[in-house]
Structure formats: structure tokens, C-alpha cells
Ligand binder design. Structure first.
Ligand code: MSP
Length: 573
């Protein structure tokens, strides 16, 4: 790469500013694993340097209600992580999404809808599948917990836990929230008045969801046995949980005590689920069932000797902050009990709120993601969610914020820059690119060199943020390229200067590099921008992360035509 860089001043700049070479996460952890897998999962050839493909998962969605923008966010975050790996060259990277179809919540919702439960699941599952399509998700599989192979995996998982002595029966008394599908101890519930009916009820202090008393015999998992190992996991130097604020909270809560977990419900209460193997009077707890989906896709139960050839462990589970406990306490403990490898990371994100209240079906303050995509375009929405969505914090949703960002960053930022550059170049952009990349231009000005240095440094910074699982900060780095380029362009006034070749070349490079880096975030619009610049998009090496290097493409820019990348929005708030 560096040898193709035409500019002496640049390589010196690179040394001066100590631009660090980027190392992919798999190389960092040194985990070369051979492949292939069961059940038709994509594999990498087991030739010289076999490497486990990156495996990222989204949560699987409850099918009790229609999706909202919060669900779209979690899908998009997971998709960005997967597409980033593809950009780095891991063409076998895998993204799993799907639906969580068992449990009391779904059983009751189907009953209320007066529908057969399976038919109800089929209907609502289709909506989530349509959302994945509308969001341009690059998922490799859409799992449903009602799939027969998943049932088989869960029952096997259960048998293994039992075989190893981690399951016992006992009487369980406590408060159960159907909405949260979880038990709460007495200390975590309180009295409250239902604002709509004035009825007195008990609710979870944490989520405000109604709880009901339950006293029953069921199966328990020896969760308490894993306290020390879990605490060690949270303190691992390469952070199991990102952002670290969530680890701090978990350390506090797990240190203060961990009780064994009830992992089944009597079948007379819960029929819609997977029966406990060998005991039809009990149904497996929906969260145990749901978490195993990540293994099902990886081919679990692994045929003997093939544990190490699976895509498991997941590189990252993307989850919202309300389901941290399930993913960072129960799930690793289950896996530890079976000596299965743990997921490498859990990326937790904050919630979308409306007027500072969590967007949720039960509150009724939800935004229909299909309408939002129709209005702002799929890439407009993907951009907004990634750019403003919170990880450690929540983010407030409002149509006027999307309009503002769309105009500022997409229309006014990228779109305007592209069309003005093409306009000012008057059909000569291709020849400027040729001249610059074959050292046929006079010396650049100090402002040109400063811009070049910024362009050399930006892609590794974006990569560093992505390696740290911070897509938002990565996108901010990319948009900062656009912002700086706009300033450079306007300060240089290339429409007035007789020799504007360096400026137009540098702006073209800024756009080309930004478009390459934007692919995981806005797959459609970045493709359009690359095409507008006449980058040869049929050649994968011209659009990979390795091509996001200043001066590395000599062949683009021929016969470029002005176009509108981001059309004006039809309606405004
Ligand atoms: N079925 C469980 C997940 C099982 S994963 C083995 C579940 N489903 S859910 O449909 O309720 O939520 C799915 C995801 O959407 C969760 O990550 C949740 O945090 C996320 N969100 C739900 N409401 C949200 C917002 N208002 N904002 C952002 N994400 C939100 O939990």
C-alpha cells in the first residue's frame, strides 16, 4: 500500500505522526481456528491460515408486538459490526438475527389476539423479517426459537447441565414479570398505582413492569456457584462488556450476591415453550431457551471433535441495556457450566427515548420503523441511529433531529461536496487524479499537505474505534473528514484559483476514502457515491479497507457526472 503512495511529503508525514498500522481483532487475540460447520453455515477454506469467521449476533426479538425504532437500532448496530469485518476482508463474517417466540408473554399475547399461538408467531415473525430486509441487514441467518433444530439444541444443552449436576428441583416463591420474563426478589418490587385504572399493583422497581406472585416447584440452576468466575470475567483486561460503565454496575450487583436461578415453569402455567427433557410437567424458562439460539446457529450440539471448528464463540453479542444481566450473568454462567467457550464481547447500547421516556410497546410511545425508513430512506435512518444513538447513555428521538442531521451531514455535507467538486472540475477530475498519482503536479501548498496528513491519519482512527466496538465514534471520525474537507474546499476557493488541481484531487480522495469507510453504515449511499466518483466498484480491492489509503487508486474519476446523492426530504417537522 505504502509503495503506491505517490507523495514523498506524505510518507514523511506518516512517520512524523506515527500513524499506527491496524491489526484485526482475530489477529490480536491470535485465535486461528479451522472451520467448517454443520447445518450449512458458511465456512472458510481450511487451507494455509484458517481463521474463524467473525460472528456477531443481534438479540432475537419477542414476537408479541410489532417492531419499533429501538429494535431497528439494535439490528443496525449488529449489521455495522458485521459489515465492518467484511470491509476488512473477512468475507465469511456472520450475522445472526431472529425471533424469540416462546414464553408466557407470547402465549398471552396470542390468546388476547384470539389466534393459534404458532400462527400468531408466524405472522409477527414475518414483520421482523421484513424489517431486517427494509433495514438492508446483511444477516446470514434468521433464527426462530420455534425451529426444530433449536429445540434439539436447547434440550441437549439442558441435558448437559443436568448431567454435570447444575440442575436441581426446589420450591420457588417470588414475583414474576411476564413483560420482562423474569423473577424478582421481594427487595426489587414495590407497590404502585396503575395510572390508567387507579388499580393497586406490584411492579418491578427496575423496569416498572407489573409482577405477579408465584409459588411453585421448578428446576433451578446453580448460578451462585459462578460468582467468582463471573467477577473475574468482568475484570478481564480486554473487557468482556463494552462500554465499561455496564461492567461497573454488574460488578456491584454480582458482588452483593448471586442466587440460584429458576429455569423452568410448570407446564400448567406455561405450555408455549420447550418441554424439560424427561419431564413434560415443566417447560424450559424462555431466557435459557432464547440464549441458546446463538449456539444453535453455530451448529450446537457440536459433533464430537468438532467443537473447535465451529463459528462459536461469538465475537460479539449486541444487546440493549435492559438485557445485560441475561447476557453477562446467566449466559456466561451456563457456558462455564458446560466448559464451552465464552463470547468474546458483549456490546451494550442505551435506549431510544421519546421525551426522555424509553420507547416501548407497553408505554405506547413507539415509532414505526417502516414509516421512518420510508420517510428518511434506509441509509438516512441507519446514519441517524448510528450517529446519535447512545451506547453508555440513552438518546432522545425526534423527527426534527433526523431532518437536521440529514440536511447538515448528508445533503449539505457529503452530497454538496460531491456535486460541487465534480462541477468545479469541469470534466477534468480523472486527469487531475492521474497527474497527482503519477507525481506530475507541482509542490502542494502547506494547506494541501495539512489536509493530506489528516486523510492519512483518519482511516486508522476509524478502525481503532471499530476495534473498540464504538461504531458511533467511528462514524463521527468519518464525518469529521467530511467537515474538514468542506472547510478546506471553501478556504481554498478552487473555483477562483487557476491551478486548483491539488485541492480537487485532495477533495476527491476525501470523498473516495469516506465512501469506502461509510459502507458498513450506509451501504446503499456509499455505493452510489463510489459509483458517482467512477471508482471501479466491481473490483472488491478498490472498495476494501485497504483501499482507504490516500493515493492508492489512480484509476477513478473518469467522466464523472454531477448527481443528487441525497434528495430533499418531502416533509419537514
Ligand atoms: N427476546 C429478548 C432478547 C433475547 S436475546 C437472546 C428481548 N426482546 S425485545 O424484543 O424485547 O428486545 C430486543 C432488543 O431491542 C433488546 O436489545 C432491547 O434492548 C432492544 N430495545 C427495545 N426497546 C428499545 C429502545 N427503546 N431503544 C433501544 N433498544 C431497545 O429482549
Amino acid at each position: 500500500m505504502a509503495s503506491r503512495m505517490p507523495l514523498r511529503s506524505l510518507s514523511r508525514a506518516t512517520q512524523l505522526f506515527n500513524v499506527r498500522p491496524w491489526t484485526c481483532s482475530n489477529c490480536r487475540v491470535g485465535s486461528a481456528r479451522p472451520l467448517p460447520l454443520r447445518r450449512g453455515v458458511a465456512t472458510t477454506p481450511t487451507t494455509n491460515t484458517p481463521k474463524k469467521p467473525y460472528y456477531v449476533t443481534s438479540p432475537i426479538f419477542y414476537v408479541n408486538a410489532a417492531p419499533h425504532v429501538g429494535h431497528l437500532y439494535t439490528m443496525v448496530m449488529a449489521d455495522i459490526l458485521k459489515r465492518w469485518q467484511v470491509l476488512l476482508g473477512d468475507n465469511d463474517a456472520q450475522l445472526l438475527t431472529g425471533t424469540d417466540e416462546h414464553g408466557m408473554k407470547i402465549q398471552r399475547a396470542a390468546l388476547e389476539a384470539g389466534m393459534d399461538t404458532q400462527a400468531f408467531c408466524d405472522m409477527n415473525c414475518r414483520t421482523f423479517e421484513s424489517l431486517a430486509k427494509a433495514a438492508n441487514l446483511s444477516h446470514d441467518h434468521f433464527i426462530r426459537t420455534t425451529d426444530p433444530e433449536h429445540r434439539e439444541a436447547v434440550q441437549y444443552f439442558w441435558e448437559m447441565l443436568k448431567h454435570r449436576g447444575y440442575i436441581y428441583t426446589s420450591k420457588h416463591e417470588g414475583w414474576y414479570s411476564v413483560s420482562d420474563e423474569t423473577f424478582y426478589p421481594q427487595t426489587q418490587v414495590q407497590n404502585s398505582l396503575d395510572p390508567s385504572t387507579g388499580r393497586k399493583r406490584m411492579v418491578s422497581i427496575e423496569t416498572g413492569k407489573e409482577v405477579e406472585w408465584s409459588s411453585e416447584i421448578n428446576y433451578h440452576f446453580r448460578l451462585s456457584a459462578f460468582k467468582d468466575r463471573l467477577l473475574e470475567l468482568y475484570q478481564r483486561s480486554d473487557s468482556f462488556i463494552t462500554p465499561s460503565t455496564y461492567a461497573t454496575e454488574l460488578i456491584q450487583s454480582v458482588s452483593s450476591g448471586l442466587q440460584d436461578l429458576s429455569i423452568s415453569r410448570p407446564a400448567e402455567r406455561l405450555t408455549w415453550g420447550i418441554p424439560v427433557p424427561g419431564d413434560d410437567t415443566q417447560t424450559i424458562y424462555v431466557w435459557l431457551d432464547a440464549l441458546v439460539n446463538y449456539l444453535t446457529r453455530a451448529g450446537y450440539p457440536f459433533p464430537p471433535g468438532q467443537e473447535k471448528t465451529s463459528i462459536w464463540p461469538a465475537n460479539v453479542h449486541v444487546v440493549g441495556k435492559d438485557i445485560v444481566r441475561f447476557h453477562c450473568v446467566y449466559w456466561p454462567a451456563f457456558l462455564m457450566a458446560l466448559d464451552l467457550p465464552l463470547p468474546r464481547n458483549v456490546l451494550v447500547h442505551g435506549h431510544w427515548t421519546m421525551n426522555r421516556e424509553k420507547m416501548s410497546k407497553s408505554t405506547g410511545n413507539v415509532v414505526n420503523p417502516f414509516f421512518a425508513i420510508d420517510r428518511f430512506g434506509v441509509d438516512g435512518m441507519r446514519f441517524f441511529l448510528a450517529y446519535q444513538g447512545g451506547l453508555a447513555n440513552d438518546a432522545d428521538y425526534d423527527n426534527s433531529f433526523i431532518t437536521r442531521d440529514y440536511k447538515k451531514w448528508l445533503q449539505g455535507g457529503i452530497g454538496n461536496l460531491a456535486s460541487r467538486t465534480i462541477g468545479v472540475a469541469k470534466g477534468q477530475l480523472g486527469s487531475y487524479i492521474q497527474a497527482a498519482t503519477s507525481n506530475k503536479l507541482p509542490a502542494p501548498s502547506p494547506a494541501d499537505v495539512e489536509h493530506q496528513i489528516m486523510l492519512v491519519q483518519a482511516p486508522p482512527r476509524v478502525a481503532e474505534q471499530m476495534t473498540g466496538l464504538n461504531p458511533r465514534a467511528a462514524l463521527q471520525e468519518i464525518m469529521s473528514i467530511i467537515e474538514k474537507t468542506n472547510k478546506y474546499f471553501h478556504a481554498a476557493e478552487p473555483w477562483k484559483t487557476p491551478d486548483h488541481r491539488w485541492v480537487l484531487y485532495n477533495v476527491a480522495e476525501s470523498l473516495r476514502i469516506s465512501a469506502i469507510l461509510l459502507q458498513p453504515f450506509m451501504p446503499g449511499k456509499s455505493q452510489e457515491l463510489l459509483e458517482m466518483l467512477r471508482v471501479d466498484t466491481s473490483n472488491p480491492s478498490k472498495r476494501s479497507f485497504a483501499a482507504a489509503v490516500y493515493g492508492s487508486d489512480q484509476d477513478y474519476g473518469q467522466n464523472v457526472q454531477k448527481g443528487y446523492l441525497f434528495l430533499p426530504l418531502l416533509t419537514e417537522d
